[in-house]
Design a protein around this ligand. Structure first.
Ligand SMILES: Cc1cc2nc3c(=O)[nH]c(=O)nc-3n(C[C@H](O)[C@H](O)[C@H](O)COP(=O)(O)OP(=O)(O)OC[C@H]3O[C@@H](n4cnc5c(N)ncnc54)[C@H](O)[C@@H]3O)c2cc1C
Length: 273
């Protein structure tokens, strides 16, 4: 197997390294200290055009191969682990999940927005449902007039939770035949927008030694997840959590590069301001 990086990948590495050292490094420590999301840095990152690396061209993205994506994660994590996680969740857990499992209508509605830089998030974990995701308490119920779902529950540890506009969020559909029969029965991915009625973003939590400043728990009583068009599946991605569960493979790969980026950081003397 050839492990040499292509010329294009080397150029991407240099470009991201330059961005990380010149834009992220000067503010990373202060942002960690203040628990501030990297809003201005994200805007600067958009100028590189890398926010759509998992989104096909026809939806406004600029799809790159997996090696290039891993290199980007590594270079970001080398300087600013928090920004690297933000990127991983945006391009991987959110955009890639919609691209892999969304309907054509969902892809057309959401992928161009994510490709344009609107931040994406992924919300599976809850206070009582971490590793044991099937224990989740969030419930989804179709409204009586069939126009929307009502989502009830509270999520936690949502990377990008504060600044995201689009969330891939998991809840159990109480009308699913397996609900209450199997432990994971009814688990369904929904696409939720921060603007949806009833959604409340809670307080940010400090964790991981103040590194992940962009994570927030959120909660809602009854967020209305609409089906404004003829398609009832507009907001619902899939009943099968396992399908979205194909994602962790990609996430593990990003995770490995994340860790190697941190390792590089420890081995190298990187610029400090
Ligand atoms: C950097 C970061 C970003 C995150 N971002 C998101 C996000 O964007 N969206 C989201 O939904 N969640 C997110 N999370 C939450 C994450 O998915 C959960 O933290 C994770 O699922 C583990 O849950 P927990 O922390 O409750 O640990 P627990 O489930 O309590 O597990 C604690 C430990 O016990 C072990 N363990 C658990 N069950 C068993 C068992 N049956 N047998 C043996 N060992 C077991 C686990 O391996 C682990 O080591 C994030 C977490 C981190 C660290």
């Amino acid at each position: 197997m050839d492990f040499l990086e292509s010329e294009e990948n080397q150029m991407i590495r240099e470009m991201v390294r330059d961005f990380a050292e010149s834009v992220l490094a000067p503010t990373a420590e202060a942002r960690d200290h203040d628990q501030r999301p990297p809003a201005e840095e994200w805007q600067a990152f958009l100028e590189l055009g890398l926010q759509g690396v998992t989104i096909p061209d026809e939806y406004g993205g600029a799809k790159l191969n997996d090696i290039a994506e891993a290199i980007i994660v590594e270079e970001l994590a080398r300087v600013d682990p928090s920004f690297a996680v933000m990127f991983c969740v945006h391009v991987g857990l959110c955009a890639m999940t919609i691209n892999l499992h969304g309907t054509e209508e969902q892809k057309q509605a959401y992928l161009p927005r994510l490709a344009a830089g609107e931040v994406g998030a992924y919300s599976l974990s809850e206070a009582g449902a971490g590793t044991d995701a099937a224990a989740m308490g969030c419930r989804a119920k179709l409204s009586d007039d069939g126009t929307h779902y009502l989502l009830n529950g509270e999520k936690m540890w949502v990377t990008n939770g504060v600044q995201a506009g689009i969330y891939v969020l998991f809840a159990k559909d109480v009308d699913h035949p397996d609900f209450g029969v199997k432990k994971h029965g009814g688990t369904t991915a929904f696409i939720v927008e921060q603007a949806f009625e009833g959604l409340t973003v809670g307080k940010k939590r400090t964790n991981l030694a103040s590194v992940l400043r962009t994570r927030a728990p959120w909660c809602w009583k009854t967020a209305r997840c609409p089906w404004p068009t003829s398609s009832r599946r507009r907001q619902r991605i899939s009943h099968r959590h396992e399908r979205a569960g194909q994602q962790p493979y990609r996430h593990r790969r990003s995770g490995a590069r994340y860790r190697s980026g941190r390792l590089r950081s420890g081995l190298e003397v990187r610029p400090r301001t």
